[in-house]
Design a protein around this ligand. Structure first.
Ligand code: NAP
Length: 304
């Protein structure tokens, strides 16, 4: 099969499209013929890109942990999905990802793809929808009428978080670089703050997608009683504020529910750009250069 792989640690310049063996589905897995895959730009910095769960070097690695495609085979003991079904979901960080013609995935991490949800939208959904849902509500406890600030709001997770919070009746302050201003206001942000310039208005919850200096500044100025949730690093909050770092969990029920809301037209995953698999390296490089709205997706197999 054709696969985007990385043999050497470092940036996206090391990604190559090449021939690789089709993976075998393990116990509880399905083998998926990939139609569209997506990725998180920072994947090449994750330890799990380089080693398996036992800590053994697993290079060359296939990136891209979001998939939409069709089941072509079942592993031993796999139940709940059948050959020929269209599915979408997250793939394991410690195993080869979906930037390839086939990927082996635990069936329980996938949901059935409704016919009306196209493969591009379905591939753009799992990481951003699950991360935003879990950050705002499971970890952040966001409630109607509260104010939320999203740091790094213009990318994949941020554009979805802004919409989820608005739909829940929260007021949203989008913190991003100036290129994302119109996009984020269009998605429902009430206030736009240029990350490098203005201070944060008073909010109940900060959702951080940047880390580093912007997160430190937010933690230093957020009001007593507020919560800071980050998916990048531990928030250095001061006394009487709550700080929480977490890693997204696959969840079929949450994904199904959010997929229904996308189909109902209530939420719109932002697919900023579509690249053929053969240009996977360019897709990663463009995201690293910045100013790419929402998710970038990789078209692997012609959509039916
Ligand atoms: N722990 C978890 O479970 C989990 C889950 C999902 C994502 N994440 C992490 O969350 C982060 C965001 O993911 P994503 O998929 O949304 O990435 P993304 O699409 O690249 O979005 C990141 C956004 O943050 C902005 N940004 C980055 N550095 C910035 C800075 N110093 N100042 C201002 N804006 C900055 C980027 O703007 P520019 O384009 O202008 O640079 C971009 O719009 C990544 O670090 C990812 O690894 C973690």
């Amino acid at each position: 099969m054709r696969a985007l792989r990385v043999h050497e640690r470092g940036g996206p310049q090391h990604l190559v499209e090449e021939e690789a063996a089709i993976p075998s589905p393990g116990i509880g897995d399905v083998l998926v013929r990939v139609h569209v895959a997506s990725f998180t730009p920072t994947e090449l910095e994750w330890p799990s890109t380089w080693v398996d769960r036992a800590g053994r070097d697993r290079r060359p690695s296939v990136p891209g942990h979001e998939v939409s495609g069709v089941v072509t085979a079942l592993g031993y003991g796999t139940t709940g999905l059948a050959v020929g079904e269209a599915v979408y979901g997250l793939t394991d960080w410690y195993r080869d990802g979906a930037a390839a013609e086939y990927v082996a995935v635990e069936a329980r991490n996938l949901a059935r793809k409704p016919d009306r949800l196209d493969h591009r939208t379905a591939a753009a959904l799992p990481m951003v929808a699950l991360t935003a849902q879990q950050a705002l509500f499971d970890h952040g406890g966001l409630a109607r009428g509260q104010a939320l600030a999203v740091l790094g709001a213009g990318g994949g997770v941020g554009t979805f978080a802004v919409q989820l919070a608005r739909a829940a009746g929260a007021r949203v302050v989008a913190v991003a670089r100036p290129w994302a201003n119109d996009l984020l206001r269009g998605l429902g942000a009430e206030v736009f703050v240029d990350v490098g310039r203005a201070p944060l208005p008073e909010v109940d919850l900060v959702f951080d997608l940047i880390g580093g200096e912007p997160l430190r500044r937010a933690c230093a100025t957020v009001r007593v009683g507020a919560t800071v949730v980050s998916v990048v690093e531990d928030p250095p909050v001061e006394e009487n504020r709550r700080g929480r770092f977490f890693v997204v969990e696959p969840s079929r029920p949450q994904l199904q529910e959010l997929g229904k809301r996308v189909l109902a037209g209530e939420l719109h995953p932002v697919v900023g750009s579509v690249w053929p698999l053969s240009e996977g390296r360019a897709a990663f490089e463009a995201k690293h250069r910045g100013a790419q709205p929402g998710k970038s997706v990789l078209l692997v197999t012609e959509e039916s």
